[in-house]
Design a protein around this ligand. Structure first.
Ligand code: PGA
Length: 252
């Protein structure tokens, strides 16, 4: 049975101290009332990773960075390598978020290097894909997402592919308060699963966790998570409030 996953993406928010407080609050709520069938992940800034790992119960909550370097190590001022992320105790890395693709020029080529380095260091990539509004309006979102996958994670071996998590995040729904309709989200996730089946076989498709992201919140999570192909969420804004985040976790 594939995993149900609710991952927070804190983005560039919270100081270290605020992040520790938030992590502790989530940890307490998860221990008290969190759905035990859900894998919870906190995607924090690099600076927070070590402290957040130390602040949560590792048997209930995983920790993710929001990026890693495309090079293993060396003279790349300002970069943080996958090995460094791993050494904090984090187990996951969010890769290919649309904000990174858009503002930091992340290409399929860089992402392939980042995915490979993540695997080499034992990190689980949460690989993001999703189309901009213009593509959705043109009705060509399926082809757009297929190309994103074809150029990157569809080149992995089935063994590696089985170790990653996919997050579909339509860019027009991120941080906008406009959630994709439950049907739009389900349709795209079913489509992605069908592509995985074509590429790697039905068994791999059945085992792959695919998350929805984009204005997923305490109010709409349960309906989204009721869909057969939606295995959880990648949560931005609503992951910054522990009370909202626990409701999303318990949306399953
Ligand atoms: P949002 O962000 O929940 O604030 O829309 C989701 C994301 O970008 O991962």
């Amino acid at each position: 049975m594939r995993k149900k996953i609710v991952a927070g993406n804190w983005k560039c928010n919270t100081t270290v101290q605020e992040g520790i407080e938030l992590a502790k609050a989530v940890n307490e709520l998860v221990a008290k009332e969190g759905n035990k069938n859900v894998v919870v992940v906190l995607g924090t800034p690099f600076t927070h990773l070590t402290s957040v790992v130390a602040s949560v119960d590792a048997s209930r909550i995983g920790v993710a960075s929001q990026n890693c370097a495309a090079e293993a190590k060396g003279a790349f001022t300002g970069e943080v390598s996958a090995a460094m992320v791993k050494s904090t105790g984090a187990g996951y890395v969010i890769l290919g978020h649309s904000e990174r693709r858009e503002y930091y020029n992340e290409t399929s080529e860089t992402l392939n290097k980042k995915v490979a380095l993540s695997f080499a260091n034992g990190l689980t990539p949460i690989y993001c894909c999703g189309e901009p509004l213009s593509i959705r309006e043109a009705g060509t979102q399926n082809g757009f997402v297929k190309t994103q996958l074809d150029e990157t994670i569809f080149n992995l071996s089935a063994e590696e592919f089985l170790k990653l998590v996919i997050a579909y995040e339509p860019i027009w729904a991120i941080g906008t308060g406009v959630t994709a309709s439950t049907q739009q989200a389900q349709d795209m996730l079913a489509y992605i699963r069908s592509l995985i089946a074509d590429k790697f076989g039905a068994a791999v498709a059945e085992e792959t966790s695919i998350l929805y992201g984009g204005s997923c919140n305490a109010k709409n999570a349960a309906e989204l998570f009721s869909q057969p192909d939606i295995d959880g969420g990648l949560i931005g804004g609503a992951s910054l409030k522990a009370e909202d985040f626990i409701q999303i976790i318990n949306g399953f």
